[in-house]
Design a protein around this ligand. Structure first.
Ligand code: ADP
Length: 497
């Protein structure tokens, strides 16, 4: 506990000394993560829109050029008229293009008919490339003029009404498309940072909103740390994550408070218990030393002091056991234990005490041997505490029974006595430390400190078992201890000769 409080005060000091600005707060981190994700999503979205728009507009222009080239060829074959650039057939996914370039090139590579919107749209003829063109298909490619302007050009082999073959070349400037793309880039480069700016504001608002209850809990927790443990953090009626955090925190503070209280009580009870016998010993010795005494008188004082010292040693032993148990420093050395043999041993060991009080102490053994996994020394201590109590709190000529039996998966030890019993009001408290109801019958040296049953409870708990007491005032008490069963084996039968 001392270590725990030292660690707690070290944590508090670390929190106090910690410069708040050195580590980015959770809300800043959340906002940054949120912004990073938003930025990636917006960028991907922008790139996708840009590519999609460019590709689909180009595809529409290509379709339109192809349709227009085919239509011109059809009119040339049927001889219905001149090559015209103003009468394009168009359907859905096609644009009514007003062409920037139209050329009719003879098989020998001479431009026989040309129509250009501007002289710069004139294209030179590359006959080799034209000859590679397949029949019935329009080839579309982009040419860059000397001015840098892109021109989408569709080229197709065509035949006129006289059966002469030509190359038909029509072109459409991609300048509007380039401008549309630039405008889109401009819109995106303004919209994305604006969205990020708005997003960062929104993200900060959201993070603030989400973390405000955490701040409240932290402030309340700081106050609790500085003040008393009876304070609690406010719990909202909604049992969301924050509500659960506050409730868990309160629960933890409650447990801490109870642990501190138990510790405080334990220390004050222990010092009180130590003070009384020490005062008795000191008083006895001081009185004895005031004047010359007879040997018998000295013997009486020394005997009484020795009794007190024996009691004190027992108390210190019990206190140490519980303190070590609290600190988790007690390691159980578990091994398979034959409960039958152990019970028999303990009954034999304690029976002189019962005989002194003319009590009948019996042990009812099971047909089979019962094994549990346990620490031999601790189990001995447990049985001795319970048997010792049964003897202490039972009048002369009473009976005490120890019974061992098994239940499914459990080994059960029952210690019953015909003693005075425990009143109902005391029964729930008897396993508490320093809880004593009444003086035992008989000599003063047998007076306990109210720690025996706490040790019993700790031993049973640390073995994964349970202990309970039932009692009827004036009739007797039964302590039932249950342990997880390890195995049950047939008893070895001694064969006589
Ligand atoms: P103590 O050292 O006082 O015996 P314990 O922890 O062993 O402390 O027991 C706590 C209290 O429980 C005792 O003071 C006594 O009042 C009661 N008690 C324990 N065992 C018995 C019993 N077998 N019969 C009656 N009362 C009992």
């Amino acid at each position: 506990m001392q270590n725990a409080s030292r660690a707690a005060s070290a944590t508090a000091a670390a929190l106090r000394n910690h410069p708040r600005g050195s580590v980015p707060s959770l809300r800043v981190k959340l906002t940054v993560y949120y912004l990073a994700i938003l930025a990636v999503v917006l960028l991907l979205f922008g790139v996708a829109i840009y590519l999609f728009l460019t590709r689909s507009l180009l595809a529409i222009i290509d379709n339109s050029l192809d349709a227009q080239a085919s239509a011109i060829e059809r009119r040339m074959i049927s001889g219905t008229g001149e090559v015209s650039m103003d009468e394009p057939p168009f359907a859905s996914e096609q644009l009514p293009l007003s062409l920037h370039l139209s050329q009719l090139i003879s098989e020998r590579g001479q431009v026989t008919d040309e129509m250009v919107v501007k002289p710069s749209y004139h294209l030179e003829v590359d006959l080799q490339a034209l000859n590679r063109l397949p029949w019935g298909r329009t080839q579309v490619e982009t040419y860059y003029l000397a001015t840098g302007e892109p021109l989408r050009v569709a080229t197709r082999r065509a035949r006129d009404a006289d059966g002469d073959t030509y190359f038909l070349r029509i072109g459409e400037s991609l300048e509007p498309l380039r401008r549309a793309r630039q405008r889109l880039l401009l819109v995106l480069s303004i919209a994305i940072p604006a969205a990020l700016l708005l997003g960062s504001y929104g993200g900060l608002l959201l993070a603030n909103q989400a973390l405000r209850p955490v701040d409240r809990i932290t402030r309340a927790a700081e106050q609790i740390g500085a003040g008393d443990l009876s304070e609690r953090v406010p719990v909202s009626s909604r049992m969301d994550e924050i509500g659960r955090l506050a409730a868990t925190f309160n629960h933890m503070i409650g447990r801490l408070e109870a642990a501190f209280e138990r510790q405080r009580q334990f220390t004050s009870d222990a010092s009180h218990e130590l003070r009384t016998p020490l005062a008795v010993i000191r008083g006895d010795i001081e009185i004895a030393l005031r004047r010359e005494r007879t040997v018998e008188e000295y013997q009486r004082v020394l005997t009484s002091s020795l009794e007190e010292i024996i009691r004190l040693s027992r108390l210190v032993e019990d206190l140490l056991t519980l303190a070590r148990a609290d600190a988790g420093r007690t390691q159980l050395r578990c091994e398979p234990i034959s409960l039958d043999r152990l019970c028999q041993q303990m009954v034999d060991y304690i029976s002189p005490l019962a005989q002194q009080r003319e009590q009948t102490l019996t042990y009812s053994a099971p047909d089979k041997d019962v094994f549990i996994s346990g620490d031999l020394q601790r189990l001995k201590q447990l049985l001795l505490n319970l048997l010792d109590n049964a003897i202490k709190y039972t009048d002369f000529y009473g009976t005490i029974t120890l019974a061992l039996r098994t239940e499914p998966n459990e080994a059960v030890i029952e210690i019953s006595d015909s003693g005075r019993g425990i009143p109902k009001v005391d029964l729930p408290h008897i396993f508490e430390r320093f809880y004593r109801r009444s003086r035992p019958t008989g000599d003063k040296s047998a007076t306990g400190f109210g720690l025996g049953l706490s040790i019993v409870k700790w031993i049973v708990d640390s073995h994964g078992g349970r202990v309970e007491a039932t009692s009827e005032q004036g009739k007797g008490t039964t302590f039932t201890v249950r342990f997880p069963l390890l195995k049950v084996v047939e008893k070895e039968v001694a064969v006589g000769v």
